[in-house]
Write a protein that binds this ligand. Sequence first.
Ligand code: SF4
Length: 438
Amino acid sequence: MEKRYTVITYGCQMNVHESEKIAGILEEMGYVRGGEEDAQIIVFNTCCIRENAENHAFGNIGALKKRKKEDPDLLICVGGCMMQEKGMPEEIKRKFPFVDVVFGTHNLYELRHLIEMKQAGRKKILIDIHDKEGEIIEGENPSRTSYPNAWVNINYGCNNFCTYCIVPYVRGRERSRKPEHILSEVEKLVKEGYKEITLLGQNVNSYGKDLECSMTFPELLDKVASIEGEFRLRFMTSHPKDFNEELVKVIAKHDKIPNLIHLPVQSGSDRILSAMNRRYTSGEYLAKVKMLRFYLPDAELTSDIIVGFPGETDEDFEATMRLVKEVDFASAFTFVYSKRKGTKAAEMENQVPEEIQKKRIMSLIELVNAQTRAKSEKYLGKEVTILCEDYDTKKGMYLGRDEYGRMGYFKSDRNRIGDWIRLKITDCSGISLYGEEV
Ligand code: SF4
């Protein structure tokens, strides 16, 4: 009988890609991907960015108690960012003693060894967390699930310490992969037929600062974009303080790099940006947007925006609304500030009451949605090229993104995943476009 595994992922793209690495380890051990119901190994890859994600993970781990009682051979492993939080592994042990293995983000590569130790008969919960980031481990063999898209880590960790963010505490300091490893991974992916490559890092602009060889992020991007083959090249995430002209010139030089930049502004108020330790002002942010549009007049921007940060007044919020209007984002991820234990902002006075946060987020969402809608309507009657990446069973349509990240839906009677499709847009809703193949 086949041995099956399942990986349950919470959080960002970084975690999704790490789950592909976990899947690769389990497949090398002889397991095949399966559903939660019939898996013999269940791995939770947790996220601690927001309390919601933590509560979700707690709920889902707790729900396995009965099953573990009925089937003691079921192996439950819990890893990811949450496990790097102080005291969390002990909390897991206390709340869920039936968990078998607890591991962290810095020793994911040891998962096979930990599972084998547990399978060798160790009775108690096995906890192995490395407090400090170690050397970057190469030679991982992720089991990718997102053809025709592939994610490639270029650096790990973060040195920025934005006051609301837990990432530097759980992911450690910045470490860059050597350029030759990144280039050969991308070359291999392109040869295998992947058509959209996304370079991943908490702050891609910091790439190379810790390397002995001298290489900046724009230099790396230029080299990756020069790899032969038909593919799109994206990157995330770019910190506005480090976003510069050199990078924009590389984007302008290569057709493979879409003119869509994700540049998280977080707030339009200088007072709040300073309290967030973002190290740029709204004026500096706007100047970079202007510089980007000078080189790339058709560039679109997306962003992350937090409302209700401690001490945010009506005036601060209005400054955010003004900035959003001025930049005219293609879309934005909007968040209500949520306290993360262990961060500086959680200790700040003047936490904004929930009802004010709610009111502000509603106004912001309304504004962003209106901008997104207005941009989508401009597509009506026009043609766009999308890379087909999935099939939506509910809609009965294939879907894929254009270079600006808009989701295009269309019908086809054969499998189109991985194809470049030219669509004539006949309808739109929010950021989604509907069309017919031409
Ligand atoms: S740049 Fe700021 S928000 Fe982004 S991961 Fe680093 S600390 Fe967190």
